[in-house]
Design a protein around this ligand. Structure first.
Ligand SMILES: Nc1ncnc2c1ncn2[C@@H]1O[C@H](COP(=O)(O)OP(=O)(O)OP(=O)(O)O)[C@@H](O)[C@H]1O
Length: 826
């Protein structure tokens, strides 16, 4: 039994427990002879000592019963705390954190953790001591303490977290206040991560509810201007050779930077004045770190100008880098070589600040990763600006309790500025995507930003609890019953509307009944021309109708016939639809009697799918006929294919049907799909999001259909970057004139026609690069193009993602006739 150390402590139990603690420490040292934090000591290591507790505190025994138990327990906790603090302060005062003896503190904390889980001391005691320990140590020492905390995190927060939360939060916040976020980011990050892991996701204790910015993070740079160096027609090329020749360059980095040598510069390329760019570029950091300064119109104007200058400089740099690629002299620096000194420096400082020396500037902007870093900052600030548009604010209007600190109710971004922001976002997105693995990188940024928007919204909503209560059994049963009600068929008609009677199946003679099923009128579609006569008769009847009622009945009947006729004509006479302006006059669809009969294998309503079930992705210039070919395929090969309809956040236009033209969803739903990583491609147009949900394609595949997706070139690239396995088909126009004619016919404005033709040429050029598409089909004659499409789809099963060499042999015609010289390349 431990003896009471009554000379040191007025309360005998304190002395007794302090002695027990010391025994525990000695025991710990004997079973863990190392001086390291690991391994943690656990309850079985201290079982013998725990068994002695009831001799000091009778209430520590599980069998102990008393009416006064809570008071006795409170007294025990106070005694344990006093003794523990006493031992602890003795140890802290007598050992330094780097010494091997300091392991005693870790052992003491482990013992207290065991006591706490055993309900023999206050649950927060361990953290109170940790708090003191943090206060007593330098930053370096605090890192060690965090090594301990991180190593024990799961066990020390597993029980009674509520009682511990406050002290954890207080210690972490105190520590964060001590550490400069700017200078000790990595450690700050550890502290934050520790907090995030300790607290439930929806806990608002550490949320920056007031939306404060870290305004002390000032980026300083050399403000004095430097005269351009005319002696060398280059932009500060840092090469070892130069540095050797010219003593003046001694202070420059010895790593090779991107070359801006005028000799290698394409004639049209504007030279880049990095001296002028330097202050403009670095001044952006001011607005990046304090976006609210942009409420001042002068600051906003400066920001716009600065970002535009930076973007055009980045574009020039990227072009120069592409042009000089391959030349050893002008290699882009991939990584600086670090000397050993550098390594030492990096391990002792965690300096997230930009190095803003003028000497480094060329090297920095020549580095793609550096440029990306800046562009991410720009993206964040642009998103912030967009949150000030009336449209963005309207989305918050239905939030009842708004956290005004993060809404900026009195600020509004004007239409013109909003337009600029959207354009700039597009520009930056295109820039990022064009660089190495840019699509993937851009997608990551988009996902992070869209997630962040959800957090911002949560803050705007004043952080409502995110934990949902479990559904009560009563609610569950009610939901199940109503789902059943909805899903259960209503009373069925004896014969579904428009269906032929199946009564004959009841007949005794099953064989003849089955024969009747084979009768052509049961499964064959009526001939198109049969409708012509019926519609003509309706027209005649209309002329002789005696009353409005009779007239409307005839009109209804005619509409039904016309609709059915159009559906049949759609399979083979889609081109004649252009001649139909009025639904009352559909003669055009009956006129061409040379409709080709369905060829073998092209059976009407044939549901047989191709052997190769890989999804098909169709692309090609606008109005080349993608949708037309796709509709033909869906119609002629019923049940074999299914179109994957894209999602969008924009509202439906006149005539657009939800689920048919697009899935019209709100941003929240869109972001949920994005967050789930279900989009195989996304794009932004006029501020609205578009995306193809791979789940829809998957669902089609699961139902036995081959999914068909219509995408533009960027979409295809994204799908490929995402590793989407599909067959890629490029639809090419026969000539630019023909494409122009189709564009005109479709009512596209002259200005758009020119830009569409230009991008069509780029698409066609791109399609010729090897491995881009599995096949190219020239859509001259629609039926012929359709045949080629089927031939490819049903043809020999080849690879995908542009590796199908066989596909080119299936009659595809890669080249577009060159309209300018009349050269028919086909
Ligand atoms: N081979 C063809 N000959 C003549 N006209 C055609 C041919 N193929 C398609 N068209 C017509 O061209 C127009 C555009 O076709 P469609 O809408 O299918 O193009 P698209 O490539 O899907 O266009 P977008 O990409 O803009 O959606 C339609 O009026 C269609 O009838």
């Amino acid at each position: 039994m431990p003896s009471a150390d009554s000379t040191d402590h007025e309360v005998p139990q304190v002395g007794a427990f302090a002695t027990l603690l010391k025994e525990a420490l000695n025991h710990a040292q004997s079973i863990k002879p190392t001086a390291s934090i690991e391994p943690p000591l656990t309850k079985p290591d201290f079982n013998k000592l725990l068994a002695q507790l009831p001799t000091i505190f009778p209430c520590a025994s599980p069998e102990y019963t008393s009416n006064n138990l809570p008071a006795e327990k409170a007294r025990q906790y106070a005694v344990v705390e006093t003794a523990a603090r006493h031992v602890f302060s003795g140890l802290v005062a007598g050992t330094v954190i780097d010494s091997p003896e300091f392991v005693q503190i870790w052992n003491l904390l482990d013992f207290l953790s065991v006591l706490s889980d055993d309900e023999q001391c206050d649950p927060a005691l361990l953290f109170w001591l940790v708090e003191e320990l943090l206060d007593s140590q330098t930053n370096e020492g605090c890192r060690k303490i965090f090594d301990f905390l991180e190593s024990r995190r799961e066990t020390i927060i597993a029980q009674n977290l509520k009682q511990k939360q406050l002290v954890i939060l207080r210690s972490c916040n105190d520590l964060l206040r001590r550490l400069s976020r700017a200078e000790d980011t990595a450690f700050c990050g550890r502290v934050f991560i520790f907090m995030f892991q300790c607290f439930p996701l929806g806990d608002r204790s550490s949320v920056n509810l007031r939306g404060e910015y870290h305004v002390e993070n000032v980026t300083s740079y050399e403000e004095t201007t430097v005269e351009p160096d005319d002696s060398a027609d280059k932009m500060a090329v840092d090469s070892e050779a130069d540095a050797g020749k010219d003593g003046k360059d001694d202070n420059k980095s010895t790593a090779k930077a991107v070359s801006f040598d005028a000799k290698n510069k394409p004639a049209a390329e504007k030279p880049l004045d990095t001296n002028a760019l330097y202050p403009v570029f670095w001044s952006l950091q001011h607005q990046f770190s304090q976006p609210t300064t942009l409420f001042d119109p002068a600051q906003l104007a400066k920001f716009k100008e600065g970002l535009e200058t930076t973007m055009s400089a980045f574009t020039t740099v990227a072009k120069l880098q592409r042009n000089t690629k391959g030349s050893d002299e002008n290699k882009i620096p991939q990584k600086r070589k670090h000397s050993e000194d550098d390594d030492d420096l990096r391990s002792s400082t965690n300096n997230p600040k930009y190095l803003t020396s003028r000497d480094l500037f060329d090297l920095e902007i020549g580095d793609m990763y550096f440029r990306r870093h800046i562009l991410i900052q720009a993206f964040i600030v642009l998103e912030f600006l967009l949150s000030l548009t009336p449209q963005a604010k309207a989305k918050l209007a239905n939030i009842k309790v708004q956290n005004r600190s993060v809404v900026y109710g009195d600020q509004q971004l004007g239409e013109e500025d909003a337009g600029w922001v959207r354009e700039m976002k597009k520009k930056i997105a295109a820039y990022i995507q064009a660089e190495s693995e840019g699509y993937f990188f851009h997608r990551v940024i988009e996902s992070v930003i869209s997630r962040d928007k959800n957090w911002v919204r949560w803050k705007v909503e004043s952080c409502p609890p995110i934990k949902r209560d479990p559904v009560s059994p009563a609610d569950f049963n009610e939901a199940r019953a109503s789902a059943k009600r909805i899903a259960t068929n209503k009373r069925l008609r004896a014969v579904p509307m428009g269906s032929l009677s199946l009564d004959f199946l009841k007949e005794e003679d099953t064989e003849s009944a089955m024969e009747k099923l084979k009768e052509p009128e049961r499964w064959k579609l009526p001939e198109l021309n049969t409708f012509q006569k019926k519609i003509e008769t309706d027209d005649l009847d209309l002329d002789f109708a005696n009353s409005e009622k009779e007239k409307s009945e005839i009109l209804e009947a005619k509409a039904s016939k016309t609709w059915r006729a159009l559906r049949i004509a759609r399979r083979s006479k889609l081109a004649s639809f252009d001649k139909v302006d009025d639904w009352q006059k559909v003669d055009a669809i009956f006129q061409d009697h040379s409709t080709p009969e369905p060829t073998e294998g092209e059976a009407v309503g044939d549901s047989q799918g191709p052997e190769n079930k890989l999804p098909l992705i169709l692309t090609g210039p606008s109005k080349v006929g993608k949708s037309t070919l796709l509709s033909m395929l869906l119609e002629r090969r019923k049940d074999a294919f299914g179109k994957v309809v894209r999602h969008t956040t924009r509202s439906p236009k006149d005539g657009e049907v939800d689920g048919q033209d697009y899935h019209f969803v709100d941003s929240k739903e869109f972001n949920m799909i994005l967050d789930g990583d279900y989009f195989l491609e996304t794009s932004t147009q006029d501020g609205f999001e578009y995306g193809t949900n791979r789940k829809l394609a998957q669902a089609l595949e699961e139902s036995g259909k081959v999914p068909i997706i219509e995408l533009d070139r960027e979409g295809i690239q994204m799908a490929k970057d995402n590793g989407y396995n599909a067959r890629f088909i490029f639809i090419s126009p026969p000539t630019t004139e023909e494409l122009e004619a189709r564009l005109k016919k479709a009512g596209v404005s002259e200005e758009h026609i020119q830009s569409t033709l230009k991008s069509a040429e780029e698409d066609i050029e791109h399609s010729k690069s090897e491995g881009q598409y599995d096949t190219t089909i020239t859509n001259d004659d629609m039926e012929e193009a359709y045949k080629q499409l089927e031939a490819f789809i049903y043809g020999p099963t080849g690879g995908a993602n542009g590796v199908n060499g066989d596909a080119a042999a299936t009659g595809d015609d890669v080249a577009m006739k060159d309209a300018s010289n009349g050269d028919d390349a086909s």
